[in-house]
Design a binder for this molecule. Structure first.
Ligand SMILES: Cc1cc2nc3c(=O)[nH]c(=O)nc-3n(C[C@H](O)[C@H](O)[C@H](O)COP(=O)(O)OP(=O)(O)OC[C@H]3O[C@@H](n4cnc5c(N)ncnc54)[C@H](O)[C@@H]3O)c2cc1C
Length: 252
C-alpha cells in the first residue's frame, strides 16, 4: 500500500487532473494550494498578485508617498474600503482552478468580471464524475415553501436514501448512453447532449480582488445555493490568506 504524506492510504495518483480525492485528507499532499470541495471538486490557487500594501501604494499615486507602515496606513485602507474607493483593490487579484458540477459553473459564469477558460467537452471525453449530494444535503433538499429558489429540511432517512438511488441510476444511464454514443463514433460535441448538469467540469477563473469580493458578497451569502457557497467559502479562505487586512474590512 502507498501512503501519502498525511499518512492516508493513496487510492490513486494525485497528479491526475480528475483525481482530487486521492486520499481522505482535505488537502492533496502533492498540490499544497488545493482544497477539496463537494465529493469530487476542488479549488486550487494558481497564483495571486499584489497585496494589502500594494493597494495602499496605488491609492497614494497623487502624493507619491508609497506604503508608510500599517500603524499609519491601516486607517487609509479602511477609509478606501468604507468609502467605496474601490479602484486600488483592482491592483491585486488571484487566478484559481476549479473543478465543480456544471450547474455550479452556470451560476459562477454569471460573474462577468472574471475571466474564464473551461475544458471543452467537444475536445475531450468528460470524466465519469457526477455530483452526488450527501444524505444530509438531500434530507434538507425539499422544495422550500417560503423561498421559490430554496430548499428546506423535510425528507426522512428512507426518503433521502431513495432519492440518492434515483440520482445514481439516472447518472449511470446517462453515462452508459454517452459512452455508447462515443463507441459508435458519434462526435464528442453531440454525445455530450445526454450529460446531466451534475457532470463535473474544470476551469480556471481569474479576477481582480475587487471583483472576487463582489463574487464572495453574493455567493457566500445564505441566499446562494449551498453547493456554490462551499466553493465561495474556499475562495474566501484564499483571500483571507493573501489579503488579510482587506479581508478583515470585508467581513466587518
Ligand atoms: C441568490 C442569487 C440568485 C440569483 N438568481 C438569478 C436568477 O433567477 N436568474 C438570473 O438570470 N440570475 C440570477 N442570479 C445571478 C445574478 O443576477 C448576477 O448575474 C450574478 O450574481 C452576477 O452578479 P454581478 O452582475 O454583480 O457580477 P459581475 O458580472 O461580475 O459584475 C460585477 C459588477 O460589475 C458591474 N457590471 C458588470 N457588467 C455590467 C453591465 N453589463 N452593465 C452594468 N454594470 C455591469 C456591476 O456593478 C456588477 O455588480 C442570482 C444570483 C444570486 C446570488
Amino acid at each position: 500500500m502507498v501512503y501519502c504524506e498525511w499518512g492516508k492510504v493513496m487510492k490513486y495518483d494525485c497528479e491526475h487532473p480528475w483525481a482530487p480525492d486521492c486520499c481522505d485528507h482535505p488537502r492533496s499532499c502533492h498540490r499544497p494550494n488545493f482544497t477539496k470541495v463537494l465529493d469530487h471538486g476542488y479549488v486550487e490557487l494558481i497564483e495571486h498578485w499584489g497585496s494589502d500594501e500594494r493597494i495602499i501604494e496605488s491609492a497614494r499615486m497623487s502624493t507619491n508617498k508609497g506604503f508608510e507602515g500599517w500603524d499609519k496606513d491601516s486607517k487609509l485602507l479602511a477609509y478606501l474600503w468604507k468609502n467605496k474607493h474601490h479602484t486600488p483593490f483592482e491592483m491585486a487579484g488571484m487566478t484559481i482552478e476549479v473543478q465543480a458540477p456544471i450547474f455550479v459553473f452556470r451560476e459562477w459564469h454569471r460573474h462577468r468580471t472574471q475571466s474564464y477558460n473551461e475544458l471543452s467537452a467537444r475536445y475531450t471525453e468528460m470524466p465519469n464524475l457526477y455530483y452526488l449530494p450527501s444524505g444530509a444535503r438531500v434530507r434538507a433538499g425539499k422544495q422550500s415553501t417560503k423561498n421559490k429558489q430554496g430548499s428546506q429540511e423535510g425528507f426522512t432517512d428512507v426518503e433521502g436514501g431513495d432519492i440518492i438511488l434515483d440520482l445514481r441510476a439516472s447518472y449511470a444511464d446517462s453515462r452508459d448512453v454517452y459512452e455508447a454514443l462515443l463507441a459508435k463514433g458519434v462526435a464528442r460535441e453531440l454525445a455530450r447532449l445526454v450529460l446531466p448538469v451534475a457532470q463535473y467540469s474544470r476551469m480556471r477563473a481569474s479576477a481582480n480582488l475587487r471583483n472576487w469580493l463582489q463574487f464572495l458578497t453574493l455567493r457566500m451569502d445564505e441566499h446562494a445555493q449551498w453547493e456554490i457557497r462551499q466553493y465561495a467559502n474556499v475562495v474566501g479562505e484564499l483571500v483571507k490568506d493573501k489579503f488579510p487586512r482587506t479581508w478583515g474590512l470585508f467581513i466587518e
